[in-house]
Structure formats: structure tokens, C-alpha cells
Design a binder for this molecule. Structure first.
Ligand code: HAM
Length: 396
């Protein structure tokens, strides 16, 4: 027996239908906010993917064996691909531009609950507005997306921060690379308090306790960049939205608002993460353009939905099962007719009617039609409702 690759997931029909139903909901919400779906290639040049992501994702990129000169890799997130597509159409596009995708990405991670090597992201990006209302729209979309799945505001928490605020708080404590310190702060809740302190020391923070205290107790009203943070928060009338000075985000491209969403009990890893990255478009060779967006992961969302009994249970049973022994031509004609408006399964292997009924039952068929010589001759069929056990006559 050959197993699936470590960190990947197979979806059986029920699970796939459930996932697709969730994706349909997310798509509908994105479209209600005026976002349009795009589709970009799975493989990109390694250069594009590795350009601007901070060390962590860079190490996790799945590279492909070279076939020619090009160095190719599989996307580990959508943000660089979206940026590439935006830049190559930048002149013609009326800004702001609002795009989304729901698809797979790959990262060489240590697989664990809610953390896979192949996973799905609902990814949203907005180009061409540097204003607080754009960040607020992005965060509202994330919140409304979760609510569209049946989650309540009390089920999750949206931690909002601003990179400028964080940077000005950290500045006083380190002379070295601030991005390194931000990456450590991003890990705060994933490691023990002792390890956290140790890691801060390692990246050059001298007064570790004082920095931790500062992040916990600072009055934001007195901090640089804080007005930006407050304007965004002012536009978000949701109880689940909280200001959080320790929310850092691991990726190095963020320049302003950053946010992360967790289940309220902290049972699972992040459901969603995003923020503003106003330098990427220019750094990738485009006209300077402000940008903001988020990625929401199916792995953690599905764990939370399952925990709350909210995973959609999609009905896969066909409307009709046609049981047949000899009259296959007629069965196919009848099926074609019924399929104009219904889902129809025709019996495909010779077995007796009793076994065909068992199979119809296992499929969850709502109705069964038995087609024999008599039915064909009289052009009248009996339709058995499998749930009610009732029968009615139908003409072809
Ligand atoms: P990220 O925080 O790396 O951000 O990923 C966003 C979300 O994807 C996470 O909150 C989590 O739900 C899910 N996710 C991440 N890694 C895994 C994994 N290994 N297995 C399962 N799910 C995972 C980004 O990707 C940014 N590109 C988001 C963004 C878009 N920022 C601005 N625009």
C-alpha cells in the first residue's frame, strides 16, 4: 500500500463536498465585498517567491529539480504571485484593485494539527489604497467570512497591531536587526516564557524583561504610528476586535497594520493572518502602490468548525436510482430525461434487484425506480420514495 505524502490530506467525497461548501461561502462573502477571483500558476520562479518573505518561509519553499536554466518553486503563499500579476497589468487597471483566490499552497513545515505541507488558503489582496478604511475592509471581510461559516463573534478574536507601533517600541531595546526581533515576538505564544526570553536575548535584546513589560503595558496613545492603528480600530465595530501590541506576524514585508485571528480558547493555530505591505509592489519593479490583504487557512478553520459541529454535512445521495436487469437502453433514456433536472444513478453491474436496492440505500438515493419488461411495455414506472417508503406511478 502506498500512503499519501507526509503533511498532505486526501479528501473523500463527503469531506470534499464539505470543504467545497465552505469555500463557496467564502467566495460569496468576498464577492459581496467586491473582490474578484483570480487564478495564478502553482509554480513560480524561485526568485519571485523568495524575494521578500523573511527567512522562515524562504526555507520552507519547495523547489523543483532544474530541467533547464530556470529555478522554479511551488508557491508557499499567494502574495508574491498576486503582486506579479498586478504589476504586469498595473497601467491598465483602475485602482483600487481587489482580488482573491482559494487554492493550495506548499510549505516544507513540520506537520502537526492545523499545520500541513500542502494546505488551502483563502487569500485576499487589495492594491491602491493606503487608507485606514482599506485595512478595515480587509479585516471586516475576514470577520464576515468566519461568520458566514456559522461562527459567532464570541468564538474568535482578531488581534490587531501596527508594525510602526511595534518598531518604535522595540527600537529603544535593540541596535541590531528589528525584523529578527519581530520574528521572535511572533513566536511568543508558540514557545515557553523561558524560551521566549532566551530567543529575545539571542537576537540582541538587552533588557528583555523591560521589553516584555513595555509591550504589555504601553499606552498606545503615546506611540508613533498609533494614530494609524487607532483609525483602523475605530472603523471596526466588532466585539471580537482587540488591539494587541504583541501581534507581530512572521513575514518581513509588513509595513503598517498587521492582524491575526485565533479561536477564542486558543485551542488551534492561527485561523487567519494579514496586514499592510506598502513597499512590495515597488520592490518588485512596479509603480509604488500601497497594498493590504490576508490569508485564511482551511486546516485550522476546519478544526474549529468540527469542534463547534459546524462543518457542513453535504447531502450526496442522488435524486433517483434506476434499478435495471435487462432493459438498459430504456434505463439510459429515462436517466437522460430525468437528468435535465435531477441527479440520477443508473445501475451499472449485473446483480439482483435486492442487491441493487442495498446499493441505492448505501448511496443515500432519495427515490428508486425499478425498470423491468412490464414497466417498459406499459410505459409506467413505479417510483419508490426511500425515506417515506411510499410508491407512486410515473409516465415516461
Ligand atoms: P501566513 O500567516 O503565513 O500569511 O498564513 C496565513 C494563514 O494560512 C495562517 O493564519 C494559517 O491559517 C494558514 N497556514 C499557514 N501555514 C500553514 C500550514 N503549514 N498548514 C496549514 N495552514 C497554514 C500568509 O501566507 C500571507 N501571505 C498572508 C497575507 C496576504 N498577508 C497579506 N496578504
Amino acid at each position: 500500500m502506498i500512503n499519501n505524502v507526509k503533511g498532505t490530506t486526501d479528501f473523500m467525497p463527503k469531506e470534499e463536498a464539505s470543504k467545497q461548501k465552505v469555500f463557496d461561502n467564502l467566495k460569496t462573502v468576498a464577492q459581496k465585498f467586491g473582490f474578484r477571483q483570480i487564478c495564478t500558476p502553482i509554480i513560480e520562479s524561485f526568485e519571485l517567491l523568495a524575494q521578500k518573505q523573511g527567512d522562515e518561509i524562504r526555507k520552507q519553499i519547495f523547489t523543483l529539480e532544474k530541467k533547464g536554466k530556470e529555478e522554479l518553486a511551488m508557491r508557499a503563499e499567494f502574495t508574491p504571485s498576486f503582486a506579479r500579476l498586478f504589476i504586469s497589468n498595473q497601467k491598465e487597471l483602475a485602482k483600487p484593485i481587489k482580488w482573491f483566490s482559494i487554492d493550495r499552497v506548499w510549505r516544507y513545515e513540520k506537520p502537526q494539527a492545523g499545520r500541513e505541507r500542502e494546505f488551502y488558503q483563502f487569500n485576499v489582496e487589495l492594491y491602491g489604497s493606503g487608507e485606514a478604511i482599506a485595512d478595515a475592509e480587509i479585516i471586516s471581510l475576514a470577520i464576515e467570512s468566519l461568520k458566514s461559516l456559522g461562527l459567532k463573534e464570541k468564538d474568535f478574536i482578531v488581534n490587531v497591531n501596527n508594525r510602526k507601533v511595534l518598531q518604535s517600541l522595540i527600537e529603544n531595546f535593540v541596535s541590531s536587526d528589528i525584523d529578527e526581533v519581530i520574528r521572535v515576538i511572533d513566536k511568543k505564544d508558540k514557545v515557553s516564557p523561558e524560551d521566549y526570553k532566551e530567543m529575545l536575548k539571542e537576537v540582541g535584546v538587552e533588557q528583555v524583561d523591560k521589553l516584555i513589560k513595555t509591550l504589555e503595558e504601553t499606552d498606545v496613545n503615546k506611540v508613533k504610528g498609533a494614530s494609524e492603528l487607532k483609525s483602523v480600530l475605530d472603523l471596526l465595530p466588532y466585539d471580537c476586535v482587540k488591539m494587541s501590541l504583541t501581534t507581530a506576524r512572521g513575514l518581513s514585508y509588513y509595513t503598517g497594520t498587521v492582524f491575526e485571528i485565533f479561536d477564542v480558547n486558543g485551542k488551534f493555530r492561527a485561523l487567519c493572518g494579514g496586514g499592510r505591505y506598502d513597499n512590495m509592489i515597488e520592490q518588485f519593479g512596479g509603480q509604488p502602490t500601497p497594498a493590504t490583504g490576508f490569508g485564511m487557512g482551511w486546516s485550522t478553520i476546519s478544526l474549529l468548525l468540527a469542534d463547534k459541529n459546524l462543518l457542513p454535512d453535504e447531502e450526496l445521495g442522488p435524486d433517483y436510482f434506476i434499478a435495471v436487469l435487462e432493459e438498459e437502453r430504456e434505463a439510459m433514456k429515462l436517466a437522460a430525461k430525468l437528468r435535465q433536472h435531477n441527479t440520477v444513478v443508473v445501475n451499472l453491474v449485473s446483480k439482483n434487484v435486492g442487491n441493487q436496492m442495498k446499493y441505492a440505500n448505501s448511496l443515500g438515493a432519495k427515490n428508486v425506480i425499478v425498470l423491468g419488461p412490464e414497466e417498459v411495455k406499459s410505459k409506467k414506472y413505479k417510483v419508490k420514495n426511500m425515506q417515506a417508503g411510499t410508491e407512486k406511478s410515473m409516465n415516461l
